[in-house]
Design a protein around this ligand. Structure first.
Ligand code: ADP
Ligand code: MG
Length: 474
């Protein structure tokens, strides 16, 4: 059920005329404006699929544009992003609907949605007097073998990054500003020439890659500025491997194409069932389409179908995918609001950075203060000098005392020496040596010299100087 304020994707089917490989085959579908039905076997059950609109074999590019393109431009003008995506097996008309048909010289023989949208966008903004200025920018990205490449940037491999609004984007993709529909078409045409194509049984011109054309429009009016993005997606063929007969490198491509489409189907299934976790990150395709699929975007899906009974399996798979899409819920938001939120996030981020800067400055100041304190506990030379000057008298007294002590020791030793000589003369050498062994080493502490004296203005930390007094010659 669709929640209040939410909507669902628009799903359309377009059935290709029966020429080429379908020529002379039995038609599969019974078509009305809003439904497709068919029977699998004669006399069997009827399968019916209801769509927002079904474009039959005779449908024109004008009709398709009038239904899908016009809506996309209206929503774009209101500041909503839109994604238009073509899904289906190779050769079923995806590129025909998205781009159109060109002759050998590259001239359009039939114009699809993209060239018409270029016209529509410029007409719409140029024809509005309230629009003061507007800018149209194009990016063209291809997903080939699970690798994103820039079709405007010599197929440079691109990284996917998250933007401030939580969506994925290719930040480094070349963005071309275009000033007219003709210039847009020229730039787009140059990008198309870069697309990876290879021949398979299904379609000699078949594209084996997904192509994403991003049209960004930014505009300003008297009192408001806004922007919107249009994503135009031409997906690669959804057919199974057996049917294409692809081998080797082509088979490898096929596996990756199918893998990203399988992941796309899985994401759509999760979204239609309201799953709490949607595995966008499992393929680059779903990452790039995240915003288009997960809401905040108007989503239009064109199911491209062949009408031949031989293509019944692919047709059924395609219609089932469309059915899942119809059950998805999306919540489009106008970009003005989205922009506000992004700006708010940027302000918060700026403030957080400022807080972090202030914190680290605070830490630095604390460290400097601690260092200064440590230095202060070391007694500087000038303080020692001051201490000595202030306590000069007391210190010289101490020195005198120390002198007297030394002299006394000298006298005592002199006496001992004389006694030894006397004993030696009396023939008792050993006894004399034993008694004379002095208490080596003799040490005189001068600590009292530096201790604070009463009345002294300075105080010194604990420090002591020891003079080793060598034993006098004995
Ligand atoms: P896809 O991109 O799905 O592989 P294409 O768009 O290349 O298929 O279509 C295959 C061929 O069928 C192309 O030659 C294309 O011009 C043609 N074609 C597809 N749809 C239509 C249509 N509705 N009317 C006329 N020709 C069509
Ligand atoms: Mg194609």
């Amino acid at each position: 059920m669709v929640k209040k304020g939410a909507t669902r994707p628009r799903v359309y089917a377009r059935v290709r005329p029966m020429f080429g490989r379908d020529a002379g085959k039995d038609p599969l579908f019974s078509i009305t404006d809003h439904s497709l039905s068919y029977v699998k076997e004669a006399g069997g059950e009827v399968s019916q699929f209801n769509m927002d609109r079904v474009f039959g074999m005779e449908s024109t590019q004008e009709e398709v544009y009038a239904t899908i393109g016009d809506t996309a431009i209206q929503t774009l003008r209101q500041g909503f992003n839109s994604t238009i995506m073509a899904y289906g097996q190779t050769g079923s008309g995806k590129t025909f609907s998205m781009e159109g048909q060109k002759d050998e010289r590259g001239q359009y023989t039939s114009r699809g949605l993209i060239p018409r949208l270029f016209d529509g966008i410029f007409e719409s903004f140029q024809g509005d007097e309230t629009v003061k200025s507007f800018k149209v920018t194009l990016q063209f990205i291809e997903l080939y073998n699970e690798q994103l490449q820039d079709l405007f940037g010599k197929r440079k491999v691109l990284d996917v990054t998250m933007d401030p609004t939580g969506g994925y984007r290719c930040k480094d993709a070349v963005a071309h500003d275009v000033n007219s529909p003709a210039e847009a078409l020229k730039v787009y045409g140059d990008g198309c020439k870069q697309r990876a194509t290879a021949s398979t049984k299904m379609n000699a011109e078949s594209s084996r890659s997904h192509a994403l054309l991003i049209v960004n429009v930014a505009w300003s009016k008297e009192k408001e500025k806004s922007f919107a993005q249009l994503n135009l997606v031409d997906l690669a063929g959804s057919e199974g491997m057996k049917k294409t007969g692809a081998t080797g490198a082509n088979a490898k491509e096929g596996i990756k194409i199918n893998l990203s489409l399988t992941k796309l189907a899985l994401v759509v299934k999760c979204l239609s069932e309201g799953a709490s976790h949607v595995p966008y990150r499992e393929s680059k395709l779903t990452m790039m389409l995240q915003k288009g699929l997960g809401g905040n975007n108007m989503l239009h899906i064109i199911l491209a179908l062949s009408n031949s009974t031989e293509q019944i399996a692919e047709g059924t798979a395609c219609l089932r995918f469309g059915q899942s899409c119809l059950n998805m819920t999306i919540n489009p938001n106008a970009n003005a609001v989205e922009k506000e939120q992004a700006e708010m996030r940027a302000v918060i981020q700026e403030q957080l950075t400022e807080i972090a800067d202030l914190q680290s400055e605070n830490e630095k100041l604390k460290r400097e203060l601690d260092e200064r304190k440590t230095k202060e506990t070391e007694v500087p030379d000038f303080l020692i000098a001051k201490h000595i000057a202030l306590n000069k008298d007391a210190l010289s007294e101490d020195l005198k005392e120390a002198d007297e002590q030394i002299n006394e020791l000298k006298r005592a030793l002199e006496e001992k020496r004389k006694e030894k000589e006397r004993l030696a003369a009396a023939g008792d050498g050993d006894a004399a040596r034993g008694r004379l062994r002095p208490p080596y080493p003799l040490s005189v502490s001068l600590f009292p010299l530096l201790r604070p004296r009463p009345g002294s203005k300075t105080s010194l930390p604990h420090a002591s100087v020891h003079f080793q007094v060598s034993p006098f010659n004995v």
